[in-house]
Design a protein around this ligand. Sequence first.
Ligand SMILES: Nc1ncnc2c1ncn2[C@@H]1O[C@H](COP(=O)(O)OP(=O)(O)OP(=O)(O)O)[C@@H](O)[C@H]1O
Ligand SMILES: [Mg+2]
Length: 328
Amino acid sequence: MEIITVKKIKKSFKKYTREQGLWNAIKSLFQREYKLVEAIRNISFSVEKGEILGYLGPNGAGKSTVIKILTGILYPDSGSIEIMGYVPFDDREKYVQNIGVVMGQKSTLSWSLPAIDSFYLTQAIYQISKKDFEKNLNELTELLEVKEISKTLVRNLSLGERMKCEFINCILHNPKIIFLDEPTIGLDVVAKEKIRNFIKKINKERGTTVILTTHDIDDVEALCHRIILIDKGIHVYEGSLESLKKKFVSYKDLTVEFEKKVKEIKLDNCEVLMHKEFKAKIRVNALKVNPTNVIKKLIDKYPIVDINVDDESVESIIKKIYLSKNDK
Ligand SMILES: Nc1ncnc2c1ncn2[C@@H]1O[C@H](COP(=O)(O)OP(=O)(O)OP(=O)(O)O)[C@@H](O)[C@H]1O
Ligand SMILES: [Mg+2]
């Protein structure tokens, strides 16, 4: 079932500029000069209920702008959006009851209070019944191991501890969709893992739809059913991570170990990246030759005892897509 439908949205921002110096400062009080930046150029997409969608792109690509439009914080200049039957910016009051938002760079918790006080505030704002609230709070604080931590002043929490509390605050009213804008930014590997497992669990057990922006490819590999790549305000790819790899992978790296010393390695459409008597790393040009055939040839020609195959990293594939689109 389609839960989010976005059709041809556009959004430009006025970026005010002024030359340096006192005279220009005074002049800008009367006449401000600006440049129009087209942050979102023409975007259409849809999201199915229960999906985890990765919304990826380089800095300034337009990800946060799209999230802000979807959550009803910003109006698009044109185009239409329907989410669960609501138009976010028009039906804001009712709409926000159904969504949760976590922005890695912004807090929804009061810094001078313990997180638990913000949780109670959320209960009041969303009018969550005492029974539901306590059940949910217990489950979530246990899951993220922050029962004690939530009693500490937020400003004294570590980033990881605070982010866990942000997640709880976002999910207490059991929203149908959660928007996560770089939720794992700046976290250590253990905290990232905890947050990822949490997102997975909420998605699986509650059927919550998740829209996630991140610069961390591990987040994407661990979580996303589908990805959209945006660059300079337009979508440049939409599909699964698997089909992205299939479509765009251009090389595979083989790490081989030999039984005996090998003096020279010669293989067509391959580049020897490293060669040390008993070991070698070979890059196969997957666009020109099938890597399986290269492996067969290797085994025929050389005394191989072990082979490891590494795919080109998703990060490198995505970078290539951005670069190729920018060349045009
Ligand atoms: N309020 C604003 N006023 C002026 N320009 C803005 C505003 N918000 C965003 N922009 C511009 O719109 C473009 C897209 O910004 P956006 O924040 O959506 O990028 P992003 O993909 O989230 O990047 P990042 O990965 O760095 O968070 C940028 O050029 C940015 O400078
Ligand atoms: Mg952003």
